[in-house]
Ligand binder design. Structure first.
Ligand code: PGA
Length: 250
């Protein structure tokens, strides 16, 4: 099974147009991967969730109506006086399947390793899944500190029965830059992560994220140990996202 995740971030996406473009592309291809070959997930805000989940329910396209919906963040608290935050209980109540946690854009805004762990814990309490993001910045990469840095992110998260549902390796220097990480860098991260998982007996798909597009998806997905991708910019357009999905096969 391969995985393809759209992270719409705080962008406005016209869901009618997105659905139409996605479905048109899927229908135009005879051998579009089946839903048991590629799992598609869209991470959006709760308002769009309501609109999109209705679309999924009403769609006659069997690829579109198998799309899973996640959010992009969750509170680390259970409930209480936390203005503006959204708890895992609320996510559960509306029917969201899980959330991204640890995205670098949230880490830049104050999410420490411990906060990311707490968020994973809250999701787990409600039986929801997580897409756990890790990745180094350029300074860490250039100072050859990538391995201890990634290991620390993994160690802080994988404890007390908490583990990633999906792990996304997203080097910060490749996010939104239009320049994906090279195969060597991705492969070295995969080997660090796989060793860690093996040690801890964790079985979890590993995804890559950072400037994934229809032009580089085939190269990235061919890297050994990569089970899928997390896509930001190129997921805002339903056709582009479907083209990327069409190039992923188990
Ligand atoms: P990008 O974003 O594809 O636009 O680089 C990826 C991400 O932030 O998850």
């Amino acid at each position: 099974m391969k995985y393809l995740i759209a992270n719409w971030k705080m962008n406005s996406v016209d869901i009618n147009v997105w659905e139409q473009e996605f479905v048109n592309l899927v229908s135009s291809q005879n051998n579009f991967p089946k839903s048991d070959e590629v799992r598609l997930i869209v991470c959006l805000n709760l308002y769009d969730y309501t609109v999109f989940s209705e679309k999924i329910k009403n769609s006659k396209n069997e690829i579109f109506n198998k799309i899973s919906l996640f959010t992009q963040d969750v509170s680390q608290y259970d409930e209480g006086a936390f203005t503006g935050q959204i708890s895992s209980k609320f996510l559960k109540k509306v029917g969201v399947e899980g959330s991204i946690i640890g995205h670098s854009e949230l880490r830049e805004n104050g999410d420490t390793e411990n906060i990311v762990f707490e968020k994973g814990f809250r999701l787990n309490e409600q039986g929801l899944s997580n897409i756990f993001c890790i990745g180094e910045n350029l300074e860490i990469l250039e100072n050859n500190k990538k391995k201890p840095f990634l290991l620390n992110q993994l160690q802080t998260f994988c404890k007390d029965n908490i583990s990633p549902g999906l792990l996304a390796y997203e080097p910060i220097w490749a996010i939104g830059t239009g320049k994906e990480a090279d195969s060597e860098n991705i492969a070295s991260a995969v080997s660090i992560i796989l060793d860690f998982f093996e040690n801890k007996k964790i079985d979890c798909p590993i995804l890559y994220g950072g400037s994934v597009s229809k032009s580089n998806i085939e190269e990235i997905i061919s890297i050994s140990g990569i089970d899928g991708c997390l896509v930001g910019n190129s997921s805002l357009d339903g056709e582009q996202f479907a083209i990327i999905a069409s190039k992923i096969k188990s």
